[in-house]
Ligand binder design. Sequence first.
Ligand code: ATP
Ligand code: MG
Length: 560
Amino acid sequence: MTDSAPRDFIRQIIHDDLESGKHAGIVTRFPPEPNGYLHIGHVMSICLNFGVADETGGRTYLRFDDTNPGREDEEYVRAIKDDVRWLGFDWADRLTHASDYFGRLYEAAETLIGLGLAYVDSLSADEIREFRGTLTEPGKDSPFRDRSVDENLALFRRMRAGEFGDGELVLRAKIDMASPNINLRDPALYRIRHVTHQTTGDAWCIYPMYDFAHTLSDAFEGITHSLCTLEFEDHRPLYNWFLDVLQPPHRPRQIEFSRLNLAYTITSKRKLNALVTEKIVSGWDDPRMPTIAGMRRRGYPPTALRDFVRRAGVTKKDKLIEMGMLENCVREALGDPAPRRMAVLRPLRVVLTNYPEGQVETVQAANHPNDPSMGMRDVPFSRELWIEQDDFMEDAPRKFFRLKPGGEVRLRAAYIIRCDEVVKDADGNVTELRCTYDADTRSGEGGSDRKVKGTIHWVSAAHAIDAEVRLYDRLFNVANPNTADDFHEALNPASLECVAAKLEPALADAEAGVAVQFERLGYFCPDSGDDAPGARVFNRIVTLRDSWAKLEKQELAGQG
Ligand code: ATP
Ligand code: MG
């Protein structure tokens, strides 16, 4: 599967490496840590890694970076696999874990010790931090830095054998405590943690650190291009140091690109996790979440997400992308396939006083205005109907072309009606409109070709299906909640509104996750979640128009 992607700087490098014969084939990896669900930022990394391999006939590994036992969970592993597959990518038999390499990583650590390039340090974590120096001051050598190879080997083996407690000793690379790059100031390679690991159980009580495990896993798998986000730029010298001193048969090249940030959204797993555990959202797949699981449940099609990251592009510049751009991709992806249906979200009763009681007729409505091949459907019409409350206005301005007292409007696929009388309750709220229909004006029939300016949607009251419709809005109401001191303060209190809606009968067989357009309202799909068992629930995927566009542009511009 490929969506032809423009040639960004990474694709250019890959192209050149193939052309020059540096590599016969491309091998990439997507290396998530299974400590949360994947989000829109990961979509970018997935599409890039799997995309460049697909485009060049290469291969991609899905590798779980599971070097942090305790924080990681099988549930996340399952979810990540589901999400990558749903996006349309296939790792075939290349599903790996950093933990698959624990044995080889351990050997590599012993090799470094043998080369005099790693040592066991007895400083405490606090002391190590103190000795590390700062951005402006060099660090200081640990007094244990000059232990002999034999002593280091013996201590490291005893660490592995479980003779020490957590944090008592640490294996460090011996590089340069005065390096201007803090990552090169004798970084830790292995630490002691007496924790059961989700795949290796209690086989290990020492675990490799990320930089070491990641670099060597890339090398073991023959990764040609190790694509990561910009925060790893300062780690590249360390990445290359490991390759220089260990000389593995394959030498991967690390290339960094900028993270994808989406306005009105957070893409930190830690904060997303907080939203879930604090029950601010219903779960990782809450349709307001920027997670793949949330966006899928909401009804975003995978093609829209792939299209979105392609448009966002791969660059080295930091960017905050408008939510409107993602929503436009969703609209574009749904416009053609989604059949049209009628649904009333905030119902107002209309009684057609000149329509015989008990009579029902069937009108035909097009399933798609631009695609006759999608056919027509039957819609029941009767004396009592539901229309949208805001399609009626009592004191309407001249330019209001929907229903007003004494005014006329066309009911989609049916008749022109006139509003004769407005019924109100004791508080003055409009509860019912008494109207008359013009029997001569049925849509698609030869009758009168009388025209009125407005057309509205409706549902026959006797035939309507009741449903809860969930209207989602931005989860945050500031453009960049990532930079808020406390993201809680940036939450949009109105991000979810549930309404009791009336649906036309054809919606009875709508399938979970499959989008339909509610005419004039937006794209919707039946919810696939399980927080309202037995209830008929629809999610609003996206509105038909972008009501945020202007505001969002202003706010993002204001950010400079
Ligand atoms: P955390 O939020 O815990 O720091 P992470 O976002 O780095 O984690 P990982 O599971 O380590 O999550 O990410 C897997 C891959 O996805 C990494 O290669 C990472 O660079 C990439 N990635 C993560 N976030 C983004 C983002 N916003 N844009 C592009 N790529 C991303
Ligand atoms: Mg990470």
